[in-house]
Unconditional design. Sequence first.
Length: 163
Amino acid sequence: MTSKTSKSVGFEQHDHDVCLEKAIKAAEAYCDRFKLQFTPLRRKVLEILLEEHRALGAYAILDLLRESGLGSQPPVAYRALSFLVEHGFAHKIERLNAFVACALPDILHSPAFMICRKCETVVEAQSSSSSFDLSGTASATGFKIEQTTLEAKGVCHSCAEMA
């Protein structure tokens, strides 16, 4: 396995092969524990998202699946993405109508995303309850929050330096 350090996490360099391997093993363990099918197609979609470290639309994923010989119809990609999102291996970035692999697959969290508008790198972090807390308002109105996602768009350090 060749070590790659060109991709970024947190806009920083890292050993990408370790990142990819850890996430795939976490998905396999989760699926084994809950007796879910981690099919070759679902695995490939997760690998695609992990390899990119940026949000990808369903049709971009479908093109990559087609190149791998794993499907050519939109429902193929959407079913795999739905499974990955449902079980916490990926997130939908609403602002971009695209998907990104979960950076924290072993942790129950409310994700916060920083999206570079120039290179389209997406970095996930756990949102801080102090930054934007709806729990008081929700409780007062009887609303039960099931999921929150924070998305911030800006420019990463690398792109800012190139400007």
